[in-house]
Ligand binder design. Structure first.
Ligand code: NAP
Length: 317
């Protein structure tokens, strides 16, 4: 998909709550931003079910609907969208260069809001059975496991959230956690512990996903006890990974300062990166809070920082 303009004052890469909030603010500041929204527009919230903690929605709102509303609001104030992925950026000189499909875009400023992606265990069997019983997205694939027994791997908020959600479909959900204590917030822990359809297997490390012999599909997860090393098989037809996320910083790693886990480093109390004119917001720079509301807030800050930077550059007060 190409557009008939090639130079923008503000180019926003990524379209989750951070990117779209940055777009709303930049558009309302008359900067006519471009959002390159990626191939999964809307970010992680589009693979979420109900969002109960976004202020302003006392009855909750479905993740995809919330992102639709963000997008409409950004569009209403004059944001241009490209629904494609950035293949390369060049950040040595300004205007910066952003390559999308066959098009080259020039940007006076860039706001990076590429978010984070679900982490995997890295097992060969995980790769082989992904989409055939193994999944990293409960919202996308839960429906396929109606009346089946499934496992959720992890012990954080995502694992507890997804385990609760999956009880809508599954006959039984087993959380497989590598420690003897959940990392999840108390309210989500309580939901899990009080749900009769959920069991927790403590101190168990998944070592293999076992496929069916006669047809594609999963028959179990081989786990190793973290204390005594004994292996056993948890018989399930589905397994969902919920072991955290890694930041989508591959495009920027040759240019920007990243921390030891790959997140973009920004100046204290600011969205400014170590390249003047490049800003970062949302999960790509936040390994701590990672909430839709904090991402949106940081998108707002990035747009304000970009606007102020452009004004300073033009010599305005
Ligand atoms: P997380 O908090 O980083 O938890 C990851 C879980 O996976 C941990 O329990 C960790 O075990 C386990 N784990 C990591 N690597 C593993 C491996 N190789 N093998 C086995 N287990 C492994 O990630 P998250 O649950 O996705 O949450 C991320 C952020 O999003 C958090 O800030 C969370 O609060 C937020 N979130 C909020 C909600 C909500 O409020 N409704 C829902 C989802 C996520 P250890 O505990 O042993 O480290």
């Amino acid at each position: 998909m190409t557009i008939d303009r090639e130079h923008f004052k503000v180019v926003i890469i990524g379209s989750g709550p951070a990117g779209l909030t940055a777009a709303i603010y930049a558009a309302r500041a008359d900067l006519s931003p471009l959002v390159i929204e990626g191939i999964q527009p809307g970010g992680q919230l589009t693979i979420t079910t109900e969002v109960e903690n976004y202020p302003g929605f006392p009855d909750g709102i479905m993740g995809p609907q919330l992102m639709d509303e963000f997008r409409k609001q950004a569009e209403k104030f004059g944001t241009t969208f490209i629904t494609d992925a950035v293949s390369k950026v060049e950040l040595n000189d300004r205007p910066f260069k952003v390559h999308v499909d066959k098009q080259l875009i020039f940007a006076d400023t860039i706001i990076i809001s590429t978010g984070a992606t679900a982490q995997l265990l890295g097992l060969e069997s995980e790769r082989r059975l992904m989409g055939h019983g193994v999944s990293a997205c409960a919202t996308c694939d839960g429906w396929f496991f109606r009346d089946k027994e499934i496992a959720v791997i992890g012990g954080g908020d995502s694992a507890c959230d997804e385990a609760s959600y999956l009880t809508k479909f599954a006959s039984k959900v087993t959380i497989i956690h590598r420690r003897d204590e959940l990392r999840a917030s108390k309210i989500l822990q309580q939901r899990v512990l009080s749900n009769p359809k959920i069991d927790i297997l403590w101190n168990q490390i998944p070592v293999e996903f076992i496929g069916a012999e006669d047809a594609p599909g999963l028959v179990g997860v081989r786990v190793r006890n973290a204390i005594n090393g004994k292996e056993s098989i948890v018989k399930v037809q589905g397994a969902f990974l919920a072991i955290g996320h890694s930041p989508n910083t591959e495009l920027f790693k040759d240019y920007l300062k990243l921390d030891s886990t790959g997140y973009i480093v920004t100046k204290p109390d600011s969205s400014r990166t170590d390249i003047t004119g490049v800003f970062a917001c949302g999960d790509v720079k936040d390994s701590v809070y990672r909430q839709a509301i904090t991402a949106a807030g940081s998108g707002c800050k990035a747009a304000i920082d970009a606007e102020r930077f452009l004004l300073e550059e033009e010599g305005q007060p």
